[in-house]
Design a protein around this ligand. Structure first.
Ligand SMILES: NC(=O)c1ccc[n+]([C@@H]2O[C@H](COP(=O)([O-])OP(=O)(O)OC[C@H]3O[C@@H](n4cnc5c(N)ncnc54)[C@H](OP(=O)(O)O)[C@@H]3O)[C@@H](O)[C@H]2O)c1
Length: 335
């Protein structure tokens, strides 16, 4: 970081790479210098389209480049672990798209490698960094809605069978849970404390790709989360958190809310409703990128808002949900 800026390489020339490159550039202490791809043609086209000096079609060469400080991984889920491990071992900081890995153990292993090499590692959970979510955490901490008791959140989009392969390919980590459920489970974990029990019902294909599910999480003290996700129908990306004296609505889209609606008061008195709006910076990833750049420049290996331990806990939950869905499918087909 000779220039006092973090010099980034994006890995993966697909949807998320294209969407985030502009937001990284809105951060004054970041510089996007490189693209990594499996194909030379893709790498060169991306570099040209976005004015990047360096393009790689070999991840080992990208990781060996002295001109790169940090790597942002935007590839299908099942590829994250290997790409991140290689970058961390080469001394690069890593910000990796969600879900960080396919299992909690893999996430913990990446955390261990990052610590061993003294480099930064985080899952790109931009939702946690959005100004609306920061405000919601602050309000709940101040007791604005009383003790949180019930969270309801949904997120799902119908993905056509001929849509992006990564949704339909089990080997790439396809399905609704790892792509979209990860947000709703992370949200529950943010507000409800210590998880005690999971129940789920849904539909999973024989190859393990989950189509849709309704999940209930029960937390110590009895707080509940009801979560829905799908790749076969539209589940509006919104949610609310109910507490003993009020509720917070997260306005759409849940993963980067434009605002909050806070309702307080007890019937029969009319409720007091306060609405807060938050300006979006770029495509919404800027607050996360800014925080990550600052953490890297400060020499941190994790960000306190989203440590690897929090990511691993969500992955542990997703593994249990997947196992329960597979059991349900097998029981149904046996019956
Ligand atoms: N935060 C958000 O808002 C958001 C939104 C969408 C997606 N995501 C996340 O971003 C990641 C990528 O999603 P996407 O929609 O961008 O996916 P995508 O367009 O299907 O793929 C991204 C790129 O990854 C590379 N790739 C594809 N298959 C690969 C493989 N088998 N091995 C290595 N690289 C491969 C390809 O680039 P090359 O051909 O150049 O190698 C591809 O263009 C996922 O983790 C997803 O959950 C996040």
């Amino acid at each position: 970081m000779t220039s006092g800026k973090v010099r980034w390489a994006i890995v993966g020339t697909g949807g998320i790479g294209k969407r985030t490159v502009g937001d990284l550039r809105l951060c004054p202490d970041a510089e996007v210098v490189a693209i990594g791809s499996r194909s030379r043609a893709n790498a060169e086209a991306f570099a040209q389209a976005h004015g990047l000096a360096l393009s790689f079609d070999d991840h080992a060469q990208l990781c060996a480049s002295p001109d790169i400080d940090a790597v942002y991984i935007g590839t299908p889920h099942a590829t994250h672990f290997a790409l991140a491990a290689q970058a961390l071992r080469a001394g690069k900081h890593v910000l990796c798209e969600k879900p960080l890995t396919m299992t909690g153990d893999e996430a913990r292993e990446l955390g261990r490698i990052a610590a061993e090499h003294g480099v930064f590692l985080m899952e790109a959970m931009w939702m946690k960094f959005s100004p609306a979510m920061r405000k919601a955490v602050e309000l709940v901490g101040q007791g604005a809605i009383g003790e949180p008791r019930l969270l309801q959140a949904g997120l799902g989009y119908p993905v056509p069978p001929d849509g992006p392969k990564r949704f339909w390919d089990a080997a790439l980590g396809g399905g609704a849970l790892y792509d979209m459920g990860v947000y709703t489970i992370t949200l529950a974990q943010m507000f409800l404390g210590r998880l005690e029990a999971i129940s789920v019902t849904g539909r999973t294909q024989p190859d393990g790709v989950d189509l849709e599910e309704a999940i209930t999480l029960r937390y110590a003290g009895g707080a509940l989360a009801q979560l829905a996700t799908s790749i076969t129908c539209l589940v509006p990306p919104r949610g609310w958190l109910g507490g003993r004296s009020g509720a917070i609505d997260f306005l759409e889209p849940l993963f980067s809310p434009g605002g909050l609606k806070i309702t307080t008061g007890k019937p029969p008195a009319p409720p007091a409703v306060q609405e807060l709006s938050f300006a979006r910076e770029g495509a919404g990833y800027v607050p996360m990128f800014r925080a990550v750049n600052a953490a890297i420049l400060a020499g941190s290996t994790e960000h306190p808002l989203h440590p690897v331990s929090a990511t691993a806990e969500v992955l542990d939950i997703m593994q249990r949900i997947q196992a329960a869905l597979a059991q349900e499918r097998d029981a149904r087909s046996a019956g």
